[in-house]
Every structure is written in C-alpha cells, then in structure tokens.
Write a protein that binds this ligand. Structure first.
Ligand SMILES: [Zn+2]
Length: 507
C-alpha cells in the first residue's frame, strides 16, 4: 500500500517541497529500502525509525518496503525525515488513516525512544505550508513554536511519534500553538543601554546619524575608547522591527538552527560580532548544504567587525556583495543559493598597529610607514561602502568622571525613528527606506545643494584630498543629518558635519 507524506528540505533559508513515498507489500526480502538520501544518512535513519516505531508500540511492515524521498537530486539532511517516514510506514501498514496525512507538512528527527528532536527551519516550513494551502505543519515542539509565528496555518507540536500518531488518528486532541512573541512582549530589561556610555559625545552623535540613515560606520580609536561598548548598543537605537521584519529575522535564525532560543531575547534586531579569524564561509554562508553565515544572521540588524584590519583580506572582499546588494549568493557544486543580508555594518579599528596614535595617555611607537600599511589593509572599495568614519578619542579618568549623565537609548531611538519616517515617506520602499541606499536621480533630487554649498564641498574635497567616490557618500549623510534636524533642504552646517565623517580618506 502506498502513502505519500509532505515534507521539506531547507535550501538556504527557504524550504522546498519534498515528498516521501512509502510503499509496503512488495515482493522480495523483508525490510526497509530507503532511497533519495545521501548513502551515509540512510542506515542511521532506518535504525532510528525502526527503533522509534517499536518503542511506540507500532508494527513494522512484514514485507519489503520502499521509501523514496523525492526529488532525488535535491541535497537533503537525513534526520529531519524520521518522523514523516515513521508516520508513512504506520499509514502504509493500516495503523493510520492516510487521508489525514495530506493536510500537513511534517518533519522531525526521532530518538530511539520515539521522542522527537527539533529541526532547523520551522519558520521556512510554515511559510511553505501556507503557500501550498495546507492546513498546517506537524513539527517537534521547539520547531512548531517557531512555525506558529508565521500565522495562517496550524502549528501542531509533536513531542513523540506516538503523540503525532494519536493526533492524526483523532485519538488525542492537540491544540495548535499560538505565537508567544508578540511585539508587546518585548522588554528593555537587562538590555544594554546608551545611558551606560559616558562621554564620547562626538561618537554618540555619529552613531545616531548612522542609525538614522542606515549608514555603515567605522570607528577609529585606541583600545579602551569604548568602541565595542558603543557598537553593542546600536541595535537599541534602531527602529524596532515590524512583524514582517521580525519573521524575516527569525526565518534566517531558524534556518541556522538557532531560532527560538535566540528570539527569546525579545523583539529586537540581531547583533552579530564574529571574531577576526572567521572563515569566508562562516562570514557569508555556505557548507555542503548551504546555510546562512554571519552576514545573513545580521540581516536587518548590525554586523560588528572589531579590529577590522585583522580580518583576512579575502573575508573583507567577500563582504562587498552583501553590502552592495543586500543579499549574498553562495555557490556550492551545482547549487546556487541566495541568502538575505540587508545589514548595517559597524566596524572598529585602532588608529595604528600599537593602538595609541593620537592617544594622550600613552605614546605611539609606530613609524608612519607602519601606520600607512596598517590602514592600507582595508581596501578602498570596502571603505567606499562605509559612509561614516569617525575617530573615538581615548578619555582620561578625569574626563570620564566629569562626563554628564548620558542620554538613554529610548530617547535616541525616538529621534532615529522620526528621521526614518521622513525617509520612508520620501522613498517608500525604493531604497529600503533609507538614505544610505540613495542613488542616481534621487540623490540629485533630494540632496540638491545651493551653488555656494557645491563650491564649498568641491573645495573641501580638494583640500582634504577626498576621492570622487566620497562625494555621493557625503551628500547622503548630509541628507540624513538634515532629516534628523527636520530640515527640508540640506543646510551648510549639515554638509560640514558630513564632510567631517570622512576621517580615513584624509590620510
Ligand atoms: Zn602606534
């Protein structure tokens, strides 16, 4: 008897349909005959499924049984098909009515006892089920919790094979899960806050401008100037993600197998800070079954690269595509996978190899040549994607002690949100709603300068030796500063501040 069960495979952060056909009653030697999985996964899968069936009090087929996972050429991870295979066997041997199976997308790993284990991609599977007009998904509880956030489908939790079976036969009633992570559930308790950053008014201002316009940011300063402290707090001044964005964020994290544990932190944007020894694949994604890397895990949030010149040159090179396109394409054998990566890059570096150039507290021992070489590690094209470069001075203990109490994140966020609303009204979604992505005709239209301002910018560029590419960057940042000030047109003061944010170009 043939049963067909719907399941899915993860490709990048999306789920694609996989059909599992189980056919019992064939001629030949008794046993399971599994096709469509990588060879290495087949044996383990068979063993888990047989053991789970037995330990759940179910009969194994007494004939030769073929299990086919289609399409065969799609790369699949073995373990997530344990639950649908086991249910398929139960249906084919008359222990479960097949007609109920077709309404659900089913996935889940099984332990030998029949208990389920969560799988990656609960969000993506729920989206696929909704698109396929199914009634819902049946997934291990943690995965079903993720799936429940999608809405429009039933998210049925299955703690055991037996539980899933009893739900499908109608023996046990299982309520679909309702989403727990509504926006109002978010709380600022225990989160880092800008109120804890003393002094550093210039950097705080630059960070606010960067957040308001979605600009990438580079902070240059000696150790102890608070660069990491500041970077960590940037998500707290970005606008809260709306429901759609939250689902996008969760979708990526769920596909990486770190869904809900991470989402429990609340309704906020991701902050990722990979170490400089990270591999190219770790950064942009990949692997034999391509999964998201750090640039995708930072999607709609912040990617913080501390000690930027220490990163491998190749890693900095591969960053260019995600920064430019807001997505990244990972090629692996025959497959090409596109992953989302619309992020705000925040980078930090020391001013020189020893870290103390310009530091009043300690003397720098680097030669001008060493300083040039160190700064030269960051290629021009990457630097070109960073609109705002700002110097973070080291503060003396007295300066820190005397610094006025700092403004809290909520107050800064309110100004950032107001500036973002202005941008959205102006561009809609055309530029991702941000000045940072402004280009071409719109740049000329919304960043128009008066004649005297144009001359001023030209002179500043010549005097500071700025590259021609810096020109548009300055205009975009000036637009954001004007938006923060609630000004229709860019004023000369806005322009001057924007010119000031090109620290590295001047060397
Ligand atoms: Zn030095």
């Amino acid at each position: 008897m043939l049963s067909v069960i719907r399941s899915a495979a993860l490709v990048g952060v999306e789920a694609v349909p996989v059909e599992i056909e189980v056919n019992t009653g064939e001629l030949g030697e008794n046993g399971l005959w599994l096709v469509g999985l990588p060879d290495a996964a087949v044996k383990e899968s068979e063993e888990r499924v047989q053991s789970a069936l037995q330990n759940s009090g179910l009969r194994l087929p007494e004939t030769r049984t073929t299990i086919n996972l289609a399409p065969g050429d799609l790369k699949k991870e073995g373990a997530i098909y344990d639950l649908p295979i086991a249910l398929g066997i139960a249906a084919s041997t008359g222990q479960l009515d097949r007609s109920f199976l077709k309404h659900y997308l089913i996935a889940g790993e099984l332990g030998l006892s029949g208990a389920t284990r969560p799988v990656r991609g609960g969000v993506a599977m729920a989206i696929l089920a909704r698109k396929s007009a199914l009634r819902g998904v049946i997934l291990p509880r943690a995965s079903a919790e993720e799936a429940s956030l999608v809405g429009g489908i039933e998210a049925i939790p299955a703690d055991t094979l037996d539980g899933a079976l009893r739900f499908l036969t109608g023996e046990a009633k299982v309520e679909p899960l309702t989403p727990k992570h509504a926006p109002e559930a978010s709380s600022a308790d225990g989160q880092p806050d800008f109120a804890e950053v003393k002094g550093q008014t210039a950097i705080r201002r630059a960070v606010e401008v960067a957040a308001a316009g979605g600009h990438n940011l580079l902070m240059i300063g000696p150790p102890g100037s608070g660069k990491s402290l500041i970077a960590k707090r940037i998500p707290t001044i970005l606008p809260a993600p709306d429901a759609e964005e939250f689902l996008e964020i969760l979708g990526v994290h769920s596909a990486a197998g770190m869904g809900l544990a991470d989402a429990r932190r609340g309704w906020q944007r991701p902050f990722r800070s990979p170490h400089h020894t990270i591999s190219d694949i770790g950064l942009i994604g990949g692997g034999s079954i391509p999964g998201p890397g750090e640039v995708s895990l930072a999607h709609l949030g912040v990617l913080f690269l501390d000690e930027l010149p220490e990163f491998r040159r190749s890693a900095l090179e591969v960053l260019r595509q995600p920064l430019e396109d807001g997505q990244v394409t990972v090629s692996r054998a025959a497959a090409k996978v596109t992953l989302p990566s619309r992020l705000m890059l925040v980078a930090a570096m020391n001013p020189c190899p020893c870290g103390h150039l310009g530091d009043r507290r300690r003397e720098c021992r680097c030669s001008p040549m060493q300083v040039r070489k160190y700064r030269g590690k960051i290629s021009g094209p990457l630097l070109d994607r960073i609109d705002i470069q700002v110097e973070a001075p080291a503060l003396t203990l007295e300066e820190l002690r005397d610094a006025a109490p700092s403004e809290a994140s909520a107050a800064i966020r309110a100004r950032v949100e107001t500036a973002r609303v202005k941008q959205r009204l102006r561009f809609g979604n055309r530029t991702g709603g941000c000045n940072a992505l402004l280009g071409g005709r719109e740049l000329r239209e919304y960043c128009a300068l008066e004649k005297a301002q144009g001359d001023l910018l030209q002179q500043a560029m010549e005097k500071l030796g700025l590259s021609a590419r810096a020109y548009d960057r300055i205009l975009r940042v000036a637009r954001t500063i004007a938006d923060l000030a609630g000004a229709e047109r860019i004023a000369t003061a806005h322009l001057l501040e924007a010119i000031h944010y090109r620290s590295l170009d001047r060397n």
